[in-house]
Design a protein around this ligand. Structure first.
Ligand code: ADP
Length: 722
């Protein structure tokens, strides 16, 4: 008699034992259904044991096994590792794996109709139209055929009755077409070829190997990792490849580029998928039939059968860090997954994260470099504009230098891009009469004025209200005034400067869907926009050949706040934005407005001295023992009242275990000390690199009992310091 220990996608401490009925085949990794309390649930078999003679427990039986290949051992190990490292329940991590439930079942089917070739002599015009449609479109549902022929579905039915059409059941979720084209690297430059060959050799050899593909924007990193993908797919006809990209970069253009190179579209995975697309990608991945999956961070938790290569493109991008639920960093977890799968991993970036550079320098990652853009394209000249010496006119945000550059670029028939990482019209609204700064209710955050919608919006919680006519505090009429610039305000200034120019805004307000995003990108690429004004959404991977001027409106805004990576992030963002210019034959120019041109990040940026910049960052972090030279974790608590949060902070602080080398700071009010009516406090924990900080945090949380409405969450290596 066998016992199956089943892990459920729930925050339970461990897998539970079930009896395996005679004749049922389960193995470690089988996806099964079993009763938990009164409810039947889906789980995964974590272990299979033989029942001991003296085991008299009354075990419930496994109900059934899904017709899906068992989750392979490396994936199960990965789930356990990710849970332990990120201080989460294994069941919580499993829940991320099982995000497309329908994927466990075979594809749904539908009835389609095909012509049999028989034509009776009783053919009406409507019937002829349907038969023509069926011949042209191939097998289709009755509704679809009727729609194409412009007749009622009853006509289709009639054709079936007389034997002219034949019904057939087909699966609606079709397998992905298989990649067919593996050649294509002939056009590579010498430097691209060297890097590509190195990747090909590593993949031909096999085994875990991490690479840093370090190349300036537009140097052909994608072309180079295509070589690695081609090699992996060619080497074994069941090998699978995962490409992780920031969500925002997952555009149709990127998918089309994969399709053009490999002769088949990759399987996509991102938040914009429909349920049907999601279960299709999941099922095809689990069955090993999706050879290339391209997705956002959560694609790392797809159940690949034979994962041989992971690419993390734009590896420095902070969107790889998941902040809610199970907090994890997809790049760091990706390296671990590659290790467990015995696979290669390529981290690609023009501005690698400091962590990644340190790993490369220590020899843990092999570094491949691309130093030039192919052909005539070259990096733009970067100039700093000192706003103290070259100030904008009162009430404006563009310096005379940047304004002049916009005018001459427009007159030359070329495109400009202005970057400002602030949505809306003005980031702050104050009352001229009483000085009140308008805040979001129950949240320590200012409201942003949006002119297009005429609303005041909290960017932290999404709460909004129509802009009031009078100050809500003092009641003064027409006294509310937007302070500071947002993209809408800069657009207004550009429209005055260049009345003939076609100006558009690119932010999460104007690009709310994939379709809208594509629309803006296509119009820009097609030359239908003269000046594009965007938030950080513009920084990611787009190619605009006629773009020759990039202006950064306020380079200093990202440097504020208590974030240890603020300088690094600003550097990365600004050099990515600047790198958008001059991607084809025309030279590009980037103008960066700042009040602090003496700041090391700005000096390095203007000089194109990335490594010099990283060296300064590195020294500071090494000195302070901050990541990656030491470890850090955060513990954030929230509660509905000040009394309760104070009590929770005291209890939590008192429960902190003693750990060699571990320092606990706090509790202190979190920088956002009130969010949606909940008061928030934070502990920061640091330790030397050789301390297992995950284990320390787990031990701390284990013994902790907090009153019910208090919420607590741990974050290993935090990126957000709110
Ligand atoms: P990166 O990923 O480094 O930003 P891409 O791979 O996207 O760079 O390449 C930038 C542009 O240059 C793309 O349009 C690409 O097709 C083109 N390109 C890259 N390498 C070559 C080459 N060897 N010959 C011609 N065009 C190239």
């Amino acid at each position: 008699m066998k016992i199956a220990s089943i892990l459920f996608p729930l925050p339970l401490p461990e897998p539970f034992d079930y009896a395996v009925p005679d004749g049922m085949h389960v193995e470690p990794g089988s996806y099964v259904r079993a009763p938990l309390g009164k409810i039947e649930r889906t789980g995964v078999v974590w272990a299979v044991k033989t029942r001991a003679e003296d085991d008299t427990r009354d075990l419930k039986p496994v109900i059934d096994v899904y017709p899906v290949p068992a989750m392979p051992e490396p994936m199960r190990k990965f789930v356990s590792f990710a849970a332990r490292y990120n201080v989460a329940h294994p069941g919580h991590v499993l829940a991320m794996v099982l995000r497309a439930r329908g994927g466990l079942k075979p594809s749904p089917t539908e009835t389609v109709y095909e012509p049999t070739g028989y034509r009776s002599n009783r053919m009406t015009e409507a019937r002829v139209k349907v038969l023509d449609a069926a011949r042209e479109a191939g097998p289709a549902s009755a509704a679809e055929l009727a729609r194409q022929a412009g007749v009622s579905p009853g006509v289709v039915k009639g054709l079936v009755d007389i034997g002219s059409l034949e019904a057939r059941e087909v699966e609606t979720d079709l397998p992905y077409p298989q990649p067919t084209r593996f050649e294509g690297g002939e056009h590579l430059t010498a430097e691209q070829k060297t890097a590509g060959d190195e990747l090909r050799r590593a993949i031909a050899k096999g085994g875990f190997q991490p690479f840093l593909l370090d190349g300036i924007t537009g140097s052909g990193k994608t072309e180079v990792y295509f070589e690695a993908i081609a090699e992996a797919l060619q080497k074994a006809n069941d090998a699978q490849v995962l490409v992780l990209l920031p969500e925002i970069a997952l555009t149709q253009a990127v998918l089309a580029r994969f399709e053009a190179r490999f002769g088949a579209p990759p399987a996509p995975w991102h938040s914009g998928l429909s349920d049907a697309e999601r279960r299709r990608t999941w099922r095809e991945t689990a069955h090993g039939r999706a050879r290339i999956v391209i997705g956002a961070r959560s694609a790392l938790f797809l159940p690949f059968c034979n994962l041989k290569l992971i690419i993390v493109d734009e590896e420095h991008d902070t969107s790889f860090k998941q902040e809610d639920g199970v907090t994890y960093h997809a790049r760091d977890m990706g390296v671990m997954r590659a290790k467990l799968e015995d696979a290669a991993i390529v981290l690609a970036s023009a501005t690698p994260a400091l962590e990644t550079m340190v790993n490369a320098e220590a020899g843990r990652y092999k570094r491949l470099r691309l130093s030039a853009r192919p052909g005539a394209a070259r990096l733009p000249d970067i100039e700093l504009v000192d706003l103290r010496l070259d100030p904008p006119e009162k009430g404006n945000w563009l310096s005379p230098t940047l304004s002049n550059a916009l005018v001459s670029t427009f007159e030359a028939g070329e495109q400009s891009l202005l970057f400002l990482n602030r949505r809306g019209y003005a980031p702050l609204v104050i009352c001229k009469a009483c000085g009140e700064r308008l805040k979001s209710p129950g949240t320590e955050s200012w409201l942003t004025e949006h002119r297009y919608t005429n609303r005041l919006v909290c960017h932290l919680t999404g709460w909004s209200m129509p802009k009031p006519e009078a100050c809500p505090m003092c009641g003064a009429k027409d006294s509310l005034m937007g302070v500071g610039p947002g993209v809408e305000r800069v657009a207004e200034e550009v429209r005055v400067l260049l009345p003939q120019a076609r100006v558009e805004i690119f932010s999460s307000d104007t690009a709310r869907s994939g379709e809208e995003t594509r629309g803006i990108v296509d119009r820009m690429a097609g030359g239908e926009i003269d000046v594009l004004i965007g938030t950080q959404i513009v920084a990611k991977g787009h190619n605009f050949p006629n773009l020759t001027l990039v202006g950064v409106v306020d380079a200093d805004s990202g440097m504020k706040g208590g974030d240890l990576r603020a300088g690094e992030r600003t550097y990365q963002l600004l050099s990515q934005v600047a790198g958008r210019a001059g991607r084809a034959e025309r030279p590009g120019r980037a103008l960066i407005q700042t009040y602090g041109p003496e700041n090391p990040a700005m000096i390095a940026l203007a000089a194109g001295d990335r490594d010099g910049f990283l060296q300064i960052e590195r020294d500071v972090r090494a000195e302070l023992m901050l990541p990656p030279f030491g470890r850090m974790a955060a513990l954030v608590l929230s509660a509905p009242t000040p009394q309760l949060i104070e009590e929770a902070g005291r209890l939590t602080g008192a429960a902190a275990p003693n750990g060699e080398g571990v320092t606990v700071y706090g509790p202190a009010p979190a920088p956002i000390s009130l969010l949606r009516g909940r008061h928030r406090i934070r502990f920061l924990i640091t330790s030397p690199r050789d301390v297992d900080l995950s284990a320390y945090m787990a031990a701390w949380l284990k013994g902790l009992k907090l009153p019910n409405p208090v919420r607590i969450s741990a974050d290993i290596d935090p990126y957000s310091f709110l």
